[in-house]
Design a protein around this ligand. Structure first.
Ligand SMILES: NC(=O)c1ccc[n+]([C@@H]2O[C@H](COP(=O)([O-])OP(=O)(O)OC[C@H]3O[C@@H](n4cnc5c(N)ncnc54)[C@H](OP(=O)(O)O)[C@@H]3O)[C@@H](O)[C@H]2O)c1
Length: 278
């Protein structure tokens, strides 16, 4: 493979370390975002899912694409289908960032995207990451800074994964054809409850972070008060159901299978990001 790699969501939590890893590996990278922000070693391109006229120019000269769905939308299939159609038309390999558990039911929107790749003719790799460790400095940052993580997870455990390990997995899937046609469930090395995660963050920050289990209503009301759309807040609450059921507690060897390295424990994530919480 000698062409360019188009990275959608290039400036985000996964995209930024992915672009850096691909550039470091000598790949030609086109970094797509609405702002077309410049990134070291990559060619920026303006791309907006909401504007289909930006799809074809982004794909010019590309032979592989990393497809990431931005958070905040509920019509995932409608948003991403034109991108997958463009990839199919140009015979561009797709590495899709899906979500852990998407294969539980064919009606799950991410599963519908996966199925369209599985039924199509272009090479693909599906990556299904578990909850990101990085949520502690993105979605839950204000809470962690105040010393409280309040989510409807009850005592459920999750094998939180560091975004850098997802990015390294995606870089491996893009750089090689060894993994084509397969799906990988990406997890961190250990299942932790939110109370256990809060204890790890407390030790890293040198002050107490407590976990408060809240119900869905309290969680949704808090998100809406912070400015989220009510239907998206309800969607976020709904994805804690698998956590409470214990379905996000599994640990796989898939990061190591793709990258040759073990995923980072939450302690390493916390130590490396300690400056991000006020
Ligand atoms: N957080 C988790 O625990 C978790 C777990 C499993 C899977 N996931 C999946 O991870 C994905 C989110 O990844 P992330 O955290 O890396 O995202 P992110 O940090 O929110 O980054 C979003 C990226 O997409 C770009 N973007 C936003 N809106 C866009 C649009 N309309 N058109 C084109 N580009 C757009 C952004 O740049 P601009 O703003 O400049 O466009 C940015 O580069 C979601 O699909 C989510 O389901 C998340």
């Amino acid at each position: 493979m000698i062409g360019r790699i188009l990275v959608l969501g290039a400036t985000g939590t996964i995209g930024a370390p992915l672009v850096a890893a691909l550039v470091a590996g000598g790949q030609q990278v086109r970094a797509a975002s609405r702002q077309a922000a410049s990134m070291p070693g990559a060619e920026p391109v303006h791309f907006d899912y909401a504007d289909p006229s930006t799809i074809a120019p982004a794909f010019e000269g590309v032979d592989r694409v990393f497809v990431l769905v931005p958070a905040g939308t509920l019509d995932i299939v409608g948003l991403v289908r034109p991108v997958l159609q463009e990839a199919a038309r140009r015979k561009v390999k797709v590495v899709l960032l899906s979500v852990l558990g998407a294969d539980a039911d064919d009606n799950i929107p991410y599963r519908q995207l996966e199925l369209s790749l599985e039924r199509g003719a272009v090479p693909f790799v599906i990556l299904r990451p578990n909850w990101f460790a990085d949520n502690f400095h993105t979605f839950w940052r204000a809470g962690v800074s105040r010393g409280v993580i309040a989510v409807p997870a009850a005592d459920g455990k999750s094998s939180f994964i560091d975004a850098r390990d997802i990015a390294a997995s995606a870089a491996a899937a893009l750089a090689s054809d060894r993994f084509d046609g397969k799906a990988f469930n990406l997890t961190g090395p250990q299942a932790l409850s939110y109370a256990e995660a809060a204890a790890i963050l407390s030790r890293a920050l040198g002050r107490e972070i407590v976990y408060t289990a809240v119900d869905d209503r309290t969680f949704i009301d808090g998100l809406v008060a912070a400015g989220l759309a009510p239907d998206y807040a309800a969607f976020l609450a709904s994805i804690f159901h698998p956590v409470r059921e214990g379905w996000t507690a599994g640990v796989t060897g898939d990061v190591q299978a793709l990258t040759g390295r073990l995923p980072r424990p939450l302690e390493v994530y916390a130590a490396d990001h300690v400056g991000l919480w006020g």
